[in-house]
Design a protein around this ligand. Structure first.
Ligand SMILES: [Zn+2]
Length: 132
């Protein structure tokens, strides 16, 4: 997905309602840099825009649309990728095919972003766990 436009003067978008980032739900202050990303999830704050690729922003927006929540909704310090993987793989019974590995991955990714861990950080974390 392409960035549709970078809004240089967000003033016209600020009316009586506060505007929140479509990813982290931070309230955007008047004059803050905001980014319009497609039509599906509206406006993105500068921090989310800089920390995530366009594809990751879309992915997270879709996760929140499907499963609820928002980026950083829970305390990041309480998240452990290792524990998440253990919890999810515990549901896989030996000799039986799990419902879907993709579905497990999506669940893990959704939980990670709720704790403020970006998709890129999840991938990095998985790489480190695999190498250990
Ligand atoms: Zn944001």
């Amino acid at each position: 997905m392409e960035i549709n436009s970078i809004v240089k003067d967000p003033t016209p978008h600020f009316t009586h309602e506060t505007i929140k980032c479509g990813i982290c739900r931070t309230e955007l202050q008047r004059g803050a840099s905001i980014y319009q990303e497609g039509l599906s999830f509206g406006i993105v704050c500068e921090k989310c825009y800089k920390n995530n690729s366009s594809d990751d922003l879309e992915l997270m927006a879709n996760l929140f649309l499907a499963y609820g929540g928002y980026f950083g909704m829970k305390k990041r310090s309480e998240f452990s990728l290792y524990k998440e993987i253990k919890k999810l793989t515990a549901k896989i019974q030996p000799g039986k095919t799990p419902d879907s590995l993709i579905s497990l991955n999506i669940k893990m990714l959704h939980r990670a972003v709720l704790y403020g861990v970006t998709p890129q950080e999840v991938i990095l974390g998985l790489k480190i766990l695999i190498e250990e």
